[in-house]
Design a protein around this ligand. Structure first.
Ligand SMILES: [Zn+2]
Length: 67
């Protein structure tokens, strides 16, 4: 027989996701809407194997694509 008991587990949950450019929230009514950009620099770059991650809100992504 397996006996179960109720336990409360504390865990990290996403509270908010902010745009890395304007710092505004990407939260919408039901979820988050954002563009995730990953720059994976190679050996021939000055950034030798660095990985950069960016989160952009929809407005900032639209401005970036417009240029
Ligand atoms: Zn933004």
């Amino acid at each position: 027989m397996i006996k179960y008991k109720k336990e409360t587990i504390e865990q990290d949950v996403i509270d908010d996701i902010l745009c890395d450019l304007c710092q505004n929230t990407t939260r919408k009514s039901y979820n988050f809407e954002y563009a995730k950009i990953i720059s994976d620099w190679g050996y021939e770059s000055k950034k030798d194997r660095e990985v950069w991650n960016y989160i952009l809100c929809e407005d900032c992504a639209d401005k970036l694509i417009d240029f």
